[in-house]
Design a protein around this ligand. Sequence first.
Ligand SMILES: Cc1cc2nc3c(=O)[nH]c(=O)nc-3n(C[C@H](O)[C@H](O)[C@H](O)COP(=O)(O)O)c2cc1C
Length: 185
Amino acid sequence: MSAILDVLSKRWSPRAFAPRAVEADKLQTLFEAARWAPSCYNDQPWHFVVTQRGIDASHESLLACLMAANQAWASTAPVLVLNCVRKNFSHNGKPNRWAFYDLGLAVGNLLSEATHQGLFVHQMAGFDAELAHRALSLPADHEAVAVMALGYLGDPATLPAGVEEKSAAQRERKAVSEIAHQGQW
Ligand SMILES: Cc1cc2nc3c(=O)[nH]c(=O)nc-3n(C[C@H](O)[C@H](O)[C@H](O)COP(=O)(O)O)c2cc1C
């Protein structure tokens, strides 16, 4: 791999999280990083609903929205976040087809900051978005897009039976030559 930023090369998505809570000031830095992302019309369509185990009753509700296979390991994470977007532009109310793109940029920032802070994040598409919408009281013109489990790295031995940790070394990617096309596709 060519040399890239440490926060990019060291990030990976674990399944085992430590029971240790995430400090409030560290959690805050993640959303500070997210809010500085660029967005179409600077609309900043992203919203994050943060639930912490033992603090927010809705943590269990959000956990219950996950597919069983995700629940099995995500239950080890002290923090679950529902990533949402406002679907229409705030300046004209028209559909914002870049809202998901913008949310992805904000989450990209958040992931890099999390790695810098010694935290790990595992994102999930495997959840019931309509159930989460109701459970966490999202406004009607907003959509639940993904859930993030986050916290400090845990011991894979603490994972429930049947859940395997993959290792950071197993990360695989397409070659640059497969995704970047010079001149024309
Ligand atoms: C939008 C999105 C949805 C994902 N959904 C799930 C999921 O439901 N369950 C899961 O175990 N991992 C999920 N992942 C994690 C990916 O499988 C993981 O990021 C990918 O295999 C690359 O591994 P790495 O993050 O460790 O580099 C998701 C990741 C993204 C970005």
